[in-house]
Design a protein around this ligand. Structure first.
Ligand SMILES: Cc1cc2nc3c(=O)[nH]c(=O)nc-3n(C[C@H](O)[C@H](O)[C@H](O)COP(=O)(O)OP(=O)(O)OC[C@H]3O[C@@H](n4cnc5c(N)ncnc54)[C@H](O)[C@@H]3O)c2cc1C
Length: 375
């Protein structure tokens, strides 16, 4: 059976950052990823990288300069509208902000390209993992097995590794997104392009709204957000795009025509994304030989914009801890988890508060207050 000193399940931002930081410190890790290749799924969406989390991780990975070269010019422009289309906040991006935006796919490629060939085992879906003696044994969907001294669950919201340390499972937050795309927006959707601007646009009303990003290729990517029961979103037939659009337009019936047009004019499939979260303050008693990173550890709603930033910081933090405690992975993991739990709790609480603030009856005032407090 193949044996690894460190095996990581999941080639998302957390697992890749860990592998990269370990590689920089001369430690090889094996990364097992269920997707058949890096191109299987469009990574989609923009991420703003925060100075105190994601950027710290990119420095630890030795990739901060390369990241800066990929930042979207004007990506930090921010607009906040109400449901009548009235603009309450319009900020320009003068290049000095502390939240540079990058295409999620570009960031993942940056990390992948900085790893030795063969580090990521593609098409390797982990089915089960268990402790055997002083190590863990993992079985893949194709029946092959491997063992490892340190098993790292970087496998996202529905982690297969989490049950080894915690019985917690994600719960629905009460909010669902529906993803909409307006490709080549300046040429094909000029009104929507102007509405969104060069960066991020929020249009918020009581219990619902739009969160839209300008992407690096000029596309506009929109999340229509709805406070609805999980059964409601599960009941919409998204295979029938015209019918799904009609359902969505009905929910936004009394919104300004410029905002409703974002739904009507969207191209391609509408993709539902019910938003789940682990309990705020999720933690576990240390279990030798296994730990979690990123969403597997602290899945939260995206309303603090911290999930991916923390995922990378977790990966970097564990990598640096392992490098600092050669020969004693348990001490390294304990040090990592000691830092992980309070920062995960604080961001998860901020996400939950941000979600509530966005959809208050006096929206968009809650978000405007949050922005004012941030400054
Ligand atoms: C709609 C939305 C918008 C968001 N916006 C932002 C934002 O603006 N800013 C921000 O910071 N965060 C944002 N987030 C959160 C962010 O996307 C996540 O926190 C981040 O991607 C977590 O990274 P991860 O590496 O922990 O997990 P993931 O990115 O989920 O990666 C997990 C990997 O594990 C693999 N995997 C899963 N199961 C297995 C298995 N059994 N075997 C092998 N491989 C497996 C998956 O294929 C995947 O590649 C958003 C999230 C959502 C849903």
């Amino acid at each position: 059976m193949t044996h690894h000193n460190v095996a990581v399940v999941g080639a998302g931002l957390s697992g890749l950052t860990l592998a990269r930081v370990l590689h920089r410190h001369g430690v090889d890790a094996a990364v097992y990823e269920q997707e058949p290749s890096r191109h299987t799924r469009a990574q989609g969406g923009m991420l703003d990288i925060h100075d105190d989390t994601g950027a710290v991780a990119l420095h630890a990975a030795g990739l901060h300069d390369e990241f800066r070269a990929l930042v979207l010019p004007k990506g930090q422009e921010t607009r906040v509208l109400d449901r009548h289309g009235v603009v309450h906040l319009a900020e320009q991006d003068d290049g000095t902000g502390d939240r540079p935006e990058i295409d999620r796919g570009h960031l993942r490629d940056l990390l992948l390209d900085a790893l030795p060939a063969g580090t990521v085992r593609w098409g390797a879906r982990v089915r089960t993992a268990q402790r055997i003696g002083d190590h863990h044994e993992v079985t893949l969907a194709d029946g092959t097995t491997f063992s490892t001294d340190l098993l790292v669950g970087a496998d996202g919201a529905w982690s297969r590794i989490r049950p080894l340390v915690s019985p917690a499972t994600p719960a629905y937050t009460g909010v669902s997104f529906v993803e909409l795309d307006l490709p080549d927006a300046d040429a094909r959707h000029p009104a929507a392009a102007a509405l969104v601007g060069g960066g991020m646009m929020f249009a918020l009303g009581a219990g619902q709204g739009f969160l839209a990003h300008r992407e690096s290729g000029g596309d506009v990517h929109v999340y229509a957000a709805l406070t609805v029961p999980e059964e409601w979103i599960a009941g919409v037939d998204f295979a029938d795009t015209a019918a799904a659009k009609a359902v969505l337009l009905d929910r936004f019936a009394d919104w300004d025509a410029s905002l409703r047009a974002v739904i009507a004019d969207a191209e391609g499939d509408l993709v539902p994304r019910p938003i789940h979260a682990l309990p705020v303050g999720h933690r576990w008693d240390h279990v030798p030989g296994v730990t979690l990173l990123g969403d597997a550890a602290h899945l939260m709603s995206p309303f603090a914009g911290e999930g991916a930033n923390l995922a990378m910081l977790d990966g970097a933090g564990l990598g640096l801890a392992l490098a600092a405690h050669p020969g004693d992975p348990d001490e390294a993991v304990t040090a990592y988890e000691t830092a992980l739990f309070p920062r995960g709790e604080s961001s998860a609480a901020a996400s939950a508060a941000g979600q509530a603030a966005c959809f208050r009856d006096d929206a968009p005032q809650g978000l405007l207050d949050l922005f004012a407090a941030h400054r």
